[in-house]
Design a protein around this ligand. Sequence first.
Ligand code: SF4
Length: 210
Amino acid sequence: MSENSVLEMVNKGLFLPLMEEFYTIQGEGFHKGTAAYFIRVGGCDVGCHWCDVKESWNAETHPPTDIDHIVENAAKYSDTIVVTGGEPLTWDMGPLTEKLKARNLKTHIETSGAYILTGTWDWICLSPKKKKLPVGRIYDEAHELKVIVYNKHDLIFAEEQAAQTNKDCILYLQPEWSIREKVTPIIVEYVMKNPKWKVSLQTHKYLNIP
Ligand code: SF4
């Protein structure tokens, strides 16, 4: 296939720049502790300075991969598929999720919401970032809001974001990993004073799994 044809397939969401895929335990948020197959798609221009997957940012460093191949692999391992990144909504998620749903797989996404929501999802984890705020209807669709806390101002940001979500959206505050020892006590105190929030920890990192 020529380079132009591949690019066209990526633009249509029929190929995706695949960074990695792995079967593991979901470590964060509502589904923590549950086995799931992760598809990490390359490409993100949000630019969080504390990002722990900076290698994902440049989509060109990740091979454009046929979504049929991705779905085939995923179906071998789990009935729950988590699409993450990078920022998966950089790409049209419609074709991938259509094929996952055709196999009766549950589709979960972890997104900053910086781009228009595409795809059909059983679970949407919205993790908004100050540098590129969510767009469109995603606040109405999100099942959980997960705000990463790096400093105290992030708690104000968290409240601003929560005010825009739907009434059933579950609210999480999660310490940024590299400064977890400093920020976790701040979150704990805040959640006890504001119990509509819950604490989310990156338990996969404590378990030393991907
Ligand atoms: S949105 Fe996610 S992948 Fe993109 S820079 Fe921020 S933390 Fe990294």
